[in-house]
Design a protein around this ligand. Sequence first.
Ligand code: NAP
Ligand code: F7E
Length: 322
Amino acid sequence: MPTAMITGITGQDGSYLAEFLLERGYEVIGMVRRSSTVTFERIQHLQDNVTLIQGDLHDQSSLVDVIERFRPDEVYNLAAQSFVPTSWNQPVLTGEVTALGVTRLLEAVRLVNPDTRFYQASSSEMFGKAKEVPQSELTPFHPRSPYGVAKVYGHWIAVNYRESYNLYAVSGILFNHESPRRGLEFVTRKISNGVARIKLGLANELRLGNLEAQRDWGFAGDYVEAMWMMLQQDQPQDYVVGIGKTHSVRQLCDCAFSYVGLDYQDYVVQDPLFYRPAEVDLLIADPAKAQAELGWKPKISFEELVHMMVESDLKRVSKELI
Ligand code: NAP
Ligand code: F7E
């Protein structure tokens, strides 16, 4: 039975990846950080089937310990300070976890078990003020947030350990992927939750920032499959993963509100509080390499994703009313 270790297992992607690997017969080790309240909501249903172990990307010895104890065949580094606006408020912490944390984990792998295959969660945010549209593995980076800058570091340190030490280390440059398990502060979930609350009479407006920003949005469940595929290749390489279609936040609002028979223009209020100091205007993936070499194909469309998220929030908010 192969063993996989996931950092960030309590996050959106970690929970879907754990499900995916368990279905394929893996023993799954999840690294979780200590906190005063339990943050296992997304993996509650998996707790009998995964082994959870304490560790933190700030702490080198905890990473060495977990690799020594379980000697995983595959390590998926999904842990990060992942919310872009927070990276302006906490730029140093973001750098410590999202950038240097990658080096700490790579060091643990290199020193303890260099045969481990390593996945780094890189991001389309690295393209930032994009030099070309769509963006591929060859597009230069121009990050526009401390988060994007930290991810560029994480990306290049993974490439560097591959080239310096011959580690099987790959970076998946993933575009935005969402689900009913997305954090409530990200725009897709903020909208699906807002729509549910308005529809059920609990709110009468939804305050958002830049409605013209465009993203290439896909379903997180589809994207974790690409992560796994990248670690099954003969040679370690980096891949762009996305749908290849873009929608604006305005179109997302339209799709979500009209699904429950409402007009978004009656409820959405633009609030400068949610504007960013520097914006990423147009991100759209060129996933040709992942499709050709990994055989990766997304199964869920943008509309299906938005409807799935609104349905899920309608159910959840309705239960809260009982
Ligand atoms: P997420 O829901 O925010 O999850 C982040 C995870 O990291 C959580 O489990 C969190 O633990 C953990 N974490 C944070 N700081 C840590 C630390 N110091 N030590 C150990 N664990 C720590 O993020 P996601 O959406 O699943 O994304 C997964 C990864 O992909 C992230 O690296 C993200 O930057 C990257 N990414 C995401 C997208 C996307 O669209 N979702 C696109 C490209 C790249 P707690 O539960 O304790 O907070
Ligand atoms: O913003 C605009 C906002 O916070 C998307 C992370 O997973 O994907 C995610 O980062 C867009 C931005 O995601 C609001 O200005 C408008 O242009 O949902 P988001 P993100 O910043 O793209 C990348 C690939 C990652 O790697 C990250 O980890 O929506 N927007 N109004 C808003 N955004 C938020 N959050 N809230 C608003 O009210």
